[in-house]
Design a protein around this ligand. Structure first.
Ligand code: ATP
Length: 224
């Protein structure tokens, strides 16, 4: 049996606000296996985004352990965290976070240049990904010239550009209407499965969750 792409043990996080301590995560255990697509369900405020931030190695302040592709990522320096993120992770947020002054194509090219891929190769890859998402006619558009669904598709292409082992998605279609959300989500699942990437997808949406390989639920700081 292969090892998990990410493994969480006793992950905990609390925040202090106005003298009060809120324990958001109280000892979360989770293994995500290579290629597995896991839905992270939970009501608003249950800690889904907090958990994704931990797995994304974006924030400190957590206790417990996070192993990524066999490496203990819990207490590493910022440079190692950045390296682990670049080597293994792709991110998709509810709002696309695309670079506003760059075209759709460039938004997918840039993350590849950051890991040292030659530009011509990066451009071919970006065109292929955007083409697979039905955006071949939108390559030179800037984000403000795209619809919400198109913007999220560019964000999907960007997240997959470096063929991450794990895609972290926080309500990836949460700002779209139901029909567009279903369509973009289908394309997202197809591409992630086609790449053999694993994914951890935070959502409120039971219908979308049912389309994934496994559903875990955050409840009172624990996973059910
Ligand atoms: N930086 C912070 N400082 C204080 N409290 C925080 C901070 N970040 C998150 N919280 C609190 O932690 C709890 C969990 O927030 P989180 O955003 O992880 O929930 P969520 O499940 O992703 O919610 P939603 O579905 O609404 O996005 C909330 O009560 C929130 O107010």
């Amino acid at each position: 049996m292969s090892e998990p792409i990410v493994s969480l043990r006793n992950l905990a996080r609390s925040f202090e606000q106005g003298g009060e301590v809120i324990e958001v995560l109280r000892g979360v255990d989770l293994d995500v296996m290579p290629g597995e697509i896991v839905a992270l369900l939970g009501p608003s405020g249950s800690g889904k985004s907090t958990m994704l931030q931990a797995v994304g190695l974006l924030e400190g302040g957590f206790s417990g352990t996070i192993r990524m592709a066999g490496v203990d990522a819990s207490n590493v320096d910022a440079a190692t965290r950045t390296q682990l993120r670049r080597d293994h992770l792709g991110f998709i947020y509810q709002f696309h976070h695309l670079l506003p002054d760059f075209t759709a194509l460039e938004n997918v090219v840039i993350p590849q240049l950051l890991i040292g891929k030659p530009r011509p190769e990066a451009q071919v890859r970006a065109s292929e990904l955007l083409g697979a998402l039905g955006l071949e006619h939108r390559l030179t558009h800037r984000p403000s010239q795209l619809s919400g669904g198109e913007q999220q598709r560019v964000a999907v292409a960007r997240a997959l550009a470096n063929s991450p082992k794990l895609v972290l998605a926080d309500e990836p279609t949460g700002n779209l209407d139901e029909k567009t959300s279903d369509k973009v989500f289908d394309q997202f699942l197809e591409l992630v499965r086609g790449h053999g990437s694993a994914a951890l997808v935070a959502t409120h949406n039971e219908r979308l969750a049912a389309r994934m390989d496994r559903v875990v639920r955050l409840h009172e700081g624990h996973l059910e």
